[in-house]
Design a protein around this ligand. Structure first.
Ligand SMILES: *Cc1c(COP(=O)(O)O)cnc(C)c1O
Length: 425
């Protein structure tokens, strides 16, 4: 049943199917522990010979319901929740890469992913090369080394909002027998499903639109089940794992090799687990994902057009505008809308930008994006404050840049608040 529904129905109904007289709404199984009848049954669980829950660090029924729903929404064969988007990024890579290996990543990634890949992965001995995603396939291929084990990119970059050329990146990964990992946080599976465009693994910061209400931090890894790990490049997948009595992931779990290894090895050892309560909130958020994303996209498009025609605005960046470099890619891969985040610059530079932000009434200044409430951020004076002005500009953060996460309020109220703030400069 679950797999046959359209996306709006999947968002509401999938993942949890109560039986007779059971709770209609997904219960919060706030339990670390599970009870068994015999030692033999527990032993089978520990040997991964039977399905079931052992301990909430590894799996939990509330979290599992959310994972099933996310896997169906993204068109994957399995999913694993994590404590944050950062944890999803880390585990997605660590499941594949080990010390002495190499990763190729887009240089337009979210700042947190960039520092994780650049600094912390280096401590684990994993080397990352950051490349301009606008390079040609041939140029990109020149960065692939014999020890390159994956390509990492985002459907929509930050803060440039550049759209990934999936055909090119799929070819890059496919030609080299390595998986393509795509962070799909900004579009969500409602606006884009990377697996349909050749991604092998999809990750999310569920903290953003999946929760959608700014209540919980969380992450997700979804496995397409399509990548052939048995190609000689991934011995950890195809040879016995001594920490599980010699389990061979590709042999024992077939198409679910990757997501099983992520859980029973990495989640077990790192412990970056999503709590059952956060999974409950994320699941409730997901139920309205399609209608929220429709409204976010519609409002952001209207705001982008309005700003573009405003005399006090210097520039606007939104992939739904024909002036954006990614406009054609957006039409191809995000035909139903470009999500709710845009950036713009006000005439008068940094000072004017700060004045506008300080003058807003309803639209709040927060260090967050992608929830139902309209909010703004001035990266130059906050998230990118430690960088010099030259470094800020090099990373795409102009002094006048305001990042605007457009909420689902009535469009007239959003515009009125912006208008009165712009009148102050
Ligand atoms: C926020 C974000 C992350 C990190 O997620 P957390 O839940 O904050 O750890 C990763 N990728 C993108 C695109 C993000 O916006």
């Amino acid at each position: 049943m679950d797999g046959k529904w359209k996306i709006e129905t999947t968002a509401v109904q999938a993942g949890y199917n109560p039986g007779n007289s059971e709770p209609r709404v997904l219960p919060i199984y706030q339990s670390t522990t599970y009870k068994y009848n015999t030692c033999e049954e527990v032993a089978k669980l520990f040997d991964l010979q039977a399905a079931g829950h052992m301990y909430t660090r590894i799996s939990n029924p509330t979290v599992e319901a959310l994972e099933k729903k996310m896997a169906l929404l993204e068109g994957g064969i399995g999913a694993m929740a994590t404590s944050s988007g950062q944890a999803a990024t880390l585990i997605s890579v660590m499941t594949i890469c080990t010390a002495g290996e190499h990763l190729l990543a887009s240089n337009t990634l979210y700042g947190g992913s960039f520092s994780l890949l650049k600094t912390t992965l280096k401590k684990f001995g994993i080397d990352v090369t950051f490349v301009d995603p606008e390079l040609t396939l041939e140029q990109l291929e020149s960065y692939i080394k014999p020890n390159t084990k994956a390509v990492f990119a985002e459907t929509m970059g930050n803060p440039g909002l550049n759209i990934l050329d999936f055909d090119k990146f799929h070819a890059l990964a496919y030609n080299n027998n390595i998986p393509l990992i795509v962070d799909n946080t900004f579009p969500t599976p409602y606006l884009c499903r990377p697996i349909e465009h050749g991604a092998d693994i999809v990750i999310h910061s569920c903290t953003k639109y999946i929760d959608g209400h700014a209540t919980s931090v969380g992450g997700m890894i979804i496995d397409s089940g399509k990548f052939n790990w048995d190609n000689g490049k991934f011995p950890e997948m195809t040879t016995p794992d001594e920490s599980y009595h010699g389990v061979v992931y590709t042999k024992d779990f077939k198409e679910a090799a990757y997501i099983t290894k992520a859980r029973v090895q990495l989640l077990r050892d790192i412990g970056a687990t999503m709590s059952p309560f956060n999974a409950f909130l994320m699941n409730m958020g997901l139920e309205t994902l399609p209608i929220r994303m429709e409204r976010h996209s519609e409002n952001a498009m209207a705001i982008a057009k309005w700003l573009q025609n405003h005399e006090k605005i210097e520039w606007v960046v939104y992939p739904g505008l024909s002036s954006h470099d990614s406009y054609n890619l957006a039409k191809k891969y995000l035909p139903n809308g470009c999500s709710g985040v845009l950036t713009f610059g006000v005439k008068g530079g940094k000072e004017a930008a700060e004045k506008v932000i300080d003058s807003l009434n309803m639209i709040a200044l927060v260090v967050h994006v992608a929830d139902i409430r309209s909010c703004v951020l001035h990266p130059a004076s906050t998230t990118h404050r430690q960088l010099s002005e030259e470094e800020q500009i090099a990373s795409g953060v102009k002094p006048d840049l305001i990042r605007f996460s457009v909420g689902i309020e009535n469009i007239e109220d959003i515009i009125n608040d912006l208008e009165q703030a712009l009148e102050k400069i």
